[in-house]
Design a binder for this molecule. Sequence first.
Ligand code: DP6
Length: 330
Amino acid sequence: MRTATAIANANIALAKYWGKRAYAGNYPAVPSLSVTLAGLQTTTTVSFERSLSVDELMLNGVAQEGKELDRVAALLDRIRAVMLSPCFARVVSANGFPTASGLASSASGFAALAAASTRAAGLDVELDAVSDLARRSSASAARSVFGGFVSLDAGPIAVSNERLAAKMFAPADALDMHVLVCVVTEAAKTIGSTEAMRRTAKESSLYDAWLAVAPVQYASICDSLNRADFEALGRAAEASALTMHASAFAARIVYGTQSTFALLQSVRRLRDSGTLVFATMDAGPHVKVLVQSPNVAGVREQLVKSGHVLRVIDAQPCAQGVRFVDEDTR
Ligand code: DP6
């Protein structure tokens, strides 16, 4: 039996990934850039055991079957394809943040799974290979393999099976920035991102516009980060989120609730009154507010006062990417 435990942090995209290349392998159709977040992590242990006749998955203490297990087994199959004597695995994974926190646990989850299973199989733990492996399960997970600000290119235009890994674009201290995660509901999201992307590509009259604009917004976000220009970065990040949601909207996919839109207005009002504050959202109703240190307390107070927030999680850039428990258990 071989066992390994890995930890990976959640990330939030500033330049959104939305849409995939038409060929197999889960290659993004647009480049993306995210920031890995401290304090929001998943710990995953993988044990390859001769005695098992199927893969087993325990998520936050609950045994999983169906889709969740199939997605994990698909990643393990890729590992088994290169193992000398392949066998099934027991996977135990736990999020150090509430699953209904509005932060995708699939990014930190698949990053930790890719690292732990690579090591448990006795393979070379090369971070590029781990990131590529994580991407094939969930593209945002490729980015959680690294700390700081992390980019992921779009997949090649022509059909490909080549390695596509994320890379660190800038260190965690490149910019003073907090992400205030405003949780607006405990309800599970209506439609998962994989299915929503498929529907957007198929049904949205704005999908081609999104594909044309996303790389331009990505370039502007990279440029703002290089200049440590928070205002320009925030504006472009908010534009990326709204453009992504507009493309989904046109396919009748609406993630926002009344509270989501009320919070977007609160952010705009704060900005109009002179505070540098911006909003972004993923495939869910929660609003993530980008703000710099001196404004955290004031903005947080206003957001809570709006009456539309169940709770606020204050997250900051994390320097660490994926790591193994025997190296670092933080
Ligand atoms: C809106 O990585 O969850 O959070 O590759 O199908 O698993 P799959 O999608 P996923 O999509 C994340 C979408 C997003 C934007 C982002 O994180 O870039």
